[in-house]
Write a protein that binds this ligand. Structure first.
Ligand code: F6P
Length: 326
């Protein structure tokens, strides 16, 4: 195996708070080990369009606290095509890069996996997505910040909900996963939390609302993950209203504000650890894996497993949410 001297780093997919901290960690760990580090702009698009920038220690100064990603990001359609990946490989060779660190989610690792199979190019990944939907890590970079952002927003909505005796349906991100909904729902004492991992029965939700009403609850918060099987927050609010109209209802879609903001300490430390972990893993000869954190220890999971397997939602947390919200 050839010695690694030059590495690249890119961010891809939806941005997440802490990606900058991860970039910083990759750059500084690389430089510490005597490597040259290149940043690639706009995710895989930068590989295809030849947008490489040499990163030095000071290039990543003052970014650990910033949301977004200084390297920008994209969901590259061109990288899904063979011709795009070939261009990407040619540019990697042209710049003499020996390995890559990719920071992103499911789509990012799917692309990396295809590329490794075609070109046998060393790549390690760090999980960067607010959704926390990757197998092989307890937490993904950005998830904790997103949960805190949602919590602060819901607390504010609670004030107005209570003042007006209203029932709010609040939609949070999570196309295929209810992690943000579940955790923020527990943190805000939501009356119910609807997630894609479990079947949503409108009658059951109505029962919960009726019970609350009998116990003199005058307002409520229902957190809806955007990918819930019963529909989005507007749709669910409409279905509930059809069967039960004791409450004046309102809907709030939190949307992309969940993706921005300064990362929490948890995300900064996680990103620093995983960025460092990805570079040291490459130097140890590891390839084709995502660096995650399991039970507070660095753990490696093949891209294939990280993509294919599903990290289930904990039933215990769902129980806690239900029991405590009555
Ligand atoms: O995967 C992260 C995520 O924020 C999802 O929760 C959400 O469904 C999606 O990205 C939104 O994507 P876009 O920014 O392309 O609208």
């Amino acid at each position: 195996m050839d010695k690694i001297k030059k590495i690249g780093v890119l961010t891809s997919g939806g941005d997440s708070p802490g990606m900058n901290a991860a970039i910083r960690a990759v750059v500084r760990t690389g430089i510490y080990h005597g490597l040259e580090v290149y940043g690639i702009m706009d995710g895989y698009n930068g590989l295809i369009r030849n947008e490489f920038i040499h990163l030095k220690t000071h290039s990543v100064s003052n970014i650990i606290q910033r949301g977004g990603t200084i390297l920008k990001t994209a969901r590259s359609m061109d990288f899904m095509e063979e011709a795009g990946r070939q261009k990407a490989y040619e540019h990697l060779k042209m710049h003499g890069l020996d390995a890559l660190v990719v920071i992103g989610g499911n789509g990012t690792f799917t692309g990396a996996n295809v590329f490794i199979n075609e070109y046998d190019f060393p790549i390690m990944g760090a999980p960067g997505t607010i959704d926390n939907d990757l197998y092989g890590t307890d937490l993904t970079i950005g998830y904790d910040t997103a949960v805190n952002t949602v919590m602060q927003a819901v607390d504010k909505i609670r004030d107005t909900a209570a003042s007006h005796n209203r029932l709010f349906f609040i939609e949070v991100m999570g196309r295929d996963a209810g992690f943000i909904a579940l955790r923020s729902g527990i943190a805000t004492g939501a009356e119910d939390i609807l997630v894609p991992e479990t079947v949503t029965y409108i009658d059951e939700l109505v029962e919960i609302l009726e019970k609350g009403f009998r116990h003199n609850k005058k307002s409520g918060i229902i957190i809806v993950a955007e990918g819930d099987d019963a529909g989005g927050a507007f749709e669910i609010a409409r279905k509930v209203k059809e069967k039960y109209d004791q409450y004046d209802t309102r809907v709030t879609i939190l949307g992309h504000l969940q993706r921005g903001g300064s990362p929490t300490a948890t995300d900064r430390i996680l990103a620093s650890t995983l960025g460092y972990g990805a570079v040291t893993a490459l130097l140890e000869g590891r390839r084709g894996e995502m660096v995650g954190l399991l039970n507070r220890e660095i753990a490696y999971t093949s891209f294939e497993k990280a993509i294919k397997h599903h990290k289930g939602i904990k039933q215990e947390l769902l129980d806690i949410a239900r029991i405590l919200s009555t």
